[in-house]
Design a protein around this ligand. Structure first.
Ligand code: TYD
Ligand code: MG
Length: 463
């Protein structure tokens, strides 16, 4: 007879305790413990588990694996993030805010993989809703040869773990998609679906299934308010790859990035655009976010950034105005606030920017969020431009980091950035003088302006 026991789990890190605690000894957060009733496995099932599989240690040079393994998704951007397709037997987790397009991406992928049998399990939508979405996305350019029946995509609306495995048994798919792991619940655990022990148990079950059968499983995971994947960190440890789908919901662009990938690089990103007919791939992101304006406006500067090895040119916009109230307002969209405050302090010290008396608003065009230090110089110059109300030419771009003492620092892969700026027809690019030394200027038409400190850039631009 199964025995029920109560455990307390930390919502933040999954720490387990037999009694309620105010502060988690593992992550130090307060008031994060939830009570959960866990049904203990019976002695019989334990024994079965013990005797099920036993592996023997092998010499590493004797371990064999087959070459032609990865399963292409027929979506170049998705494949790029995965590292060239889905590895058999892998368990992948895709996270993202609600409404960002996780279900759309996975359904489109399922429909595009026509040569495979796919089981799409949804705990959030009915079969009719899935079909409606499928009709909407297949009318898009990626046409599915006229009729739906030709695809091997089976859909089922289901939340019970045990039933899902029955469906898997019946369909014998090549790929399983579960949307979302938070809606799945197993009878083994008494607490409700979405609770930490449920998520952990179900993820572990899928992992076991994937490893034993060689069928990859894609899980959708919800994200909490503060941007972390809902559920304990343990889920991220269990899965082979954690992909994050992000973007500003008010804009069309979506970025898929790997936070963890056992089978590929985490530096690659996939870029998509959400249209009325689903997600479409964006293969040349560098030009996408440039407004191609003719008039010169103050407060705008173009940054030559790299995202996952791909150049992306972003328009940085800022607005500086006199603070009406005692405390000046600061706001940054798509840029780290603390970094902005640091840059403002550098500007105050080096360029006579009166920090305390100004409101500063910063915005990355297109709702992009980029974590490239090479944005610094463009951000600083756009703030200065708005402050003195003098425009920066739209045919000018920036690629350098700014140090605390106002020094303009070199950035990675400068040649690639300059090459792309040249290709896009920019006339001048501002780089660090330390980067400029190594550049072969004869290869480019673009004029390369090298600066050592921020004052030099300021003088060059506005005097
Ligand atoms: P969805 O995939 O349901 O998001 P998630 O599963 O991450 O919660 O995407 C929902 C949003 O995408 C919805 O707000 C509408 C938009 N959308 C389009 O703009 N075009 C489309 O073709 C589809 C299917 C959705
Ligand atoms: Mg969804």
């Amino acid at each position: 007879m199964a025995k029920a026991r109560t455990f307390y789990y930390c919502r933040e890190c999954g720490y387990q305790s037999s009694s309620w605690l105010g502060k988690c000894p593992s992550c130090g957060k307060w008031n994060t413990f939830d009570e959960e009733v866990v049904q203990k496995e019976t002695a019989g099932s334990k024994q079965k588990a013990k005797g099920s599989t036993m592996s023997t240690p092998k010499l590493i040079q004797h371990v064999m694996y087959s070459q032609t393994t990865r399963m292409p998704t027929y979506c170049a951007e998705f494949d790029r993030v995965l590292g060239g397709g889905i590895v058999p037997g892998s368990l992948l987790l895709i996270g993202g805010e609600p409404g960002i397009g996780k279900s759309t991406l996975l359904l489109q992928t399922a429909l595009a993989m026509q040569d495979k049998r796919i089981l799409y399990v949804s705990g959030e939508e009915s079969e009719e809703q899935i079909k409606m979405r499928a009709d909407r996305v297949v009318s898009a350019p990626t046409d599915i040869a006229g009729e739906q029946e030709s695809t091997g995509c089976y859909v089922v609306s289901e939340t019970s773990m045990e039933h899902i495995f029955e469906h898997i048994e019946a369909v014998q798919p090549d790929l399983v998609i579960v949307d979302s792991i938070q809606t799945v619940n197993t009878e083994l655990i008494e607490s409700g679906s979405g609770s930490i022990s449920q998520i952990r148990e179900c993820t572990t079950q899928f992992q076991r299934y994937a490893k034993e059968s060689g069928v990859p499983v894609l899980l959708v995971g919800h994200i909490t308010k503060d941007g972390t994947l809902a559920g304990p960190k343990v889920m991220e440890h269990i899965v082979d790859a954690v992909l994050q789908f992000e973007g500003d919901r008010n804009y069309g662009f979506r970025i898929l990035r790997a936070l963890k990938n056992r089978f590929g690089s985490t530096a690659e990103i996939g870029i998509f655009e959400m249209r009325g007919s689903g997600l479409s791939e964006v293969s040349n992101p560098s030009e996408l976010l440039l407004a191609h304006r003719d008039e010169e406006l103050s407060g705008t500067a173009v940054a030559a950034t790299l995202e996952g090895g791909r150049p992306m040119f972003i328009e940085v916009q800022s607005l500086v105005s006199s603070a009406v109230y005692g405390t000046p307002q600061r706001n940054a969209n798509g840029f780290d606030m603390r970094r902005m405050n640091m840059l403002l302090a550098v500007l105050e010290k080096r360029c006579g920017f009166k920090l305390g008396a100004k409101d500063v608003f910063l915005n990355m065009a297109g709702g992009m969020r980029v974590n490239d230090p090479a944005l610094d110089l463009a951000v600083a110059c756009s703030i200065l431009s708005s402050n003195v109300d003098m425009p920066i030419s739209p045919r000018l771009c920036f690629a350098a980091e700014l140090g605390l003492s106002g020094e303009v620092r070199p950035v990675s892969r400068i040649e690639q950035r300059i090459g792309e700026a040249d290709r896009l027809g920019f006339e001048r690019i501002f780089v660090s003088k330390y980067d400029a030394k190594s550049i072969d200027r004869s290869r480019y038409h673009i004029q390369i302006v090298s600066v050592g400190v921020i004052e030099e850039a300021f003088r060059e631009l506005f005097s």
